[in-house]
Write a protein that binds this ligand. Structure first.
Ligand SMILES: Nc1ncnc2c1ncn2[C@@H]1O[C@H](COP(=O)(O)OP(=O)(O)OP(=O)(O)O)[C@@H](O)[C@H]1O
Ligand SMILES: [Mg+2]
Length: 376
C-alpha cells in the first residue's frame, strides 16, 4: 500500500501542498515548528479520522480559514484509489473514489497507517483509557466491522448510564436499567473477545521485538485484564467462547448493579478493561525506566505494523521524532527494520545525525508549512 499523490489545503500551517511520492522512504526535513508533524497528522487523519493531538476540527484548520481538505491517491492490491476528506469546524466528510462514505466507520481498513509518535508513551502513563484507545485503533484498522460494534456499545452504555444518573432506584428505574443489559452483553462480548485476542497477539509479537531491542536481556509480557472480576488472560491462555463470555458478563452486571446505582455508572464491561504490561515480571506502568518505556512502545508499534500487514502489503508508517533520543546502535536497527517496510514517512530536524543511516530516501524540505523536494 502506498500513496502516489498527496494534496493538502488549509491544514494546520500547511496552506497548500501537492506531493508526488515514491513507494519507499520519505524524509521530511525541517527545523522545529515548520509543519513536519502536521503532514503526518494529515495522512493519519485521512486513514483513521483521528488525530493524536486533538479531537477538535477547529485546531486542525489553518487559523483564519473555515475549511480544510486532504486527498491521497494510493495503490492497494494492484489498483489505484482516491480517498479524500473535507471538513469545517463541525463536520468531516470522506469520499472514496468520488463516492461519499455514508459513515466514518466505513473508513477503516481503506488506507492503513501506523503512527509512531512521542505521545505513544501515553500507552504506559495515560492509564487504561489511553491503552484501550490504542488497542481499538489498531484493531479497528485490522477488523473494520468492529468500529460499528464499538459505536453501538458506546451508545447503549450512555443510555444505561443516563438512567443510572436519574435520582431514584425504584423498581421501574431498575427494570429500565436492566433492559439495557442484553444489548451491552451482545456487543460487549464481541469487543471483549476480539480485543483480548488482538492484545495477546500484539504482545506476543512485541515481546519478540523487545527481546531483540534489549539483546534478550529483558522480557516483555502482557495480560488482558477484564473488568468482569476474575477474568484475565496472558499468552497461551484461552479466551472463553462467546457463550461463556456472555454468561460471565451477565453475572458481572448482576454483581455490580448496587455499585452502579451508588456511583451512577456501569462498572462491568469492556469499557473498564485494561492491558497490563510487565517487564521482567514487574508492572511496566509503575516500574519501567524511561529507556524501557521507549523500547516498549516501539516494540508495540512494530507489532501493530505486523498485525496490519496483509500478505506482502504493509501499512503506511508515519514515524515522528522517535529516533532522536535513541543511541546509534538501537536507532540503526530500528531504521533498518522500518525502512524495509514499504512506504514510510520519517521526520527529522536539520541537525540530526541519524539521518545519514537512511539510504535511498526521497528528501522533502519543510519550511513554514511549505513542502518541497530536496535535490542532491
Ligand atoms: N490551526 C493552525 N493554523 C496555523 N498554524 C498552526 C495550526 N496548528 C498548528 N499550527 C502551527 O504549525 C506549526 C507547525 O507545527 P508542527 O507540529 O507540524 O511542527 P514540526 O515541524 O513538527 O515541529 P517540531 O520539529 O518542533 O516537532 C507550528 O508553528 C504550529 O504552531
Ligand atoms: Mg513535530
Amino acid at each position: 500500500m502506498h500513496i502516489h499523490q498527496l494534496r493538502i489545503q488549509n491544514f494546520r500551517n500547511i496552506r497548500e501542498a501537492s506531493l508526488d511520492l515514491t513507494p519507499g522512504v520519505q524524509l521530511l526535513i525541517g527545523r522545529n515548528a515548520q509543519g513536519k508533524t502536521s503532514l503526518l497528522e494529515a495522512v493519519y487523519l485521512l486513514a483513521t479520522a483521528t488525530s493524536h493531538r486533538t479531537h477538535n476540527n477547529r485546531e486542525l484548520i489553518t487559523q483564519g480559514e473555515t475549511t480544510a481538505f486532504i486527498e491521497a491517491e494510493f495503490d492497494r492490491d494492484g489498483s489505484r484509489h482516491r480517498l479524500s476528506t473535507g471538513f469545517d469546524s463541525k463536520e468531516r466528510r470522506f469520499r472514496i473514489d468520488e463516492k461519499p462514505l455514508k459513515r466514518v466507520s466505513d473508513l477503516y481498513g481503506i488506507l492503513k497507517a501506523v503512527f509512531f509518535s512521542p505521545e505513544d508513551l501515553e500507552f504506559l502513563s495515560g492509564g487504561p483509557i489511553a491503552r484501550r484507545r490504542t488497542m481499538d485503533l489498531g484493531l479497528c484498522q485490522q477488523n473494520p466491522p468492529l468500529v460499528r460494534v464499538l459505536l453501538d456499545y458506546r451508545k447503549a452504555l450512555k443510555q444505561r448510564n443516563t438512567l443510572l444518573r436519574q435520582a431514584d432506584a425504584s423498581i421501574t428505574t431498575r427494570n429500565l436499567v436492566k433492559a439495557w443489559n442484553p444489548e451491552l452483553i451482545r456487543l460487549g462480548t464481541q469487543i471483549l473477545s476480539q480485543r483480548a485476542d488482538y492484545t495477546l497477539k500484539l504482545v506476543e509479537k512485541a515481546s519478540d521485538y523487545y527481546a531483540s531491542i534489549t539483546g534478550s536481556r529483558e522480557n516483555l509480557a502482557g495480560v488482558y485484564r477484564s473488568s468482569m472480576t476474575h477474568l484475565a488472560w496472558r499468552k497461551g491462555g484461552e479466551i472463553p467462547d462467546e457463550k461463556d463470555l456472555k454468561r460471565y458478563f451477565e453475572i458481572a452486571l448482576e454483581e455490580t448493579v448496587e455499585k452502579d446505582f451508588l456511583y451512577r455508572q456501569t462498572h462491568a464491561g469492556p469499557h473498564r478493561d485494561d492491558i497490563v504490561l510487565e517487564v521482567c515480571g514487574k508492572s511496566a506502568e509503575r516500574y519501567a525506566s524511561q529507556g524501557q518505556r521507549r523500547s516498549i512502545v516501539l516494540a508495540l508499534k512494530l507489532a501493530e505494523r505486523d498485525l496490519l500487514t496483509s500478505p506482502n502489503d504493509p501499512p503506511i508508517l508515519l514515524v515522528d521524532d522517535v529516533t532522536h533520543e535513541m543511541d546509534m546502535r538501537r536507532c540503526d536497527r530500528f531504521l533498518e527494520n522500518i525502512c524495509s517496510s514499504g512506504q514510510v514517512f520519517l521526520t527529522f530536524t536539520e541537525t540530526e545525525s541519524h539521518r545519514g543511516l537512511i539510504k535511498n530516501a526521497t528528501e522533502w524540505h519543510v519550511q513554514d508549512g511549505m513542502i518541497s523536494r530536496r535535490s542532491g
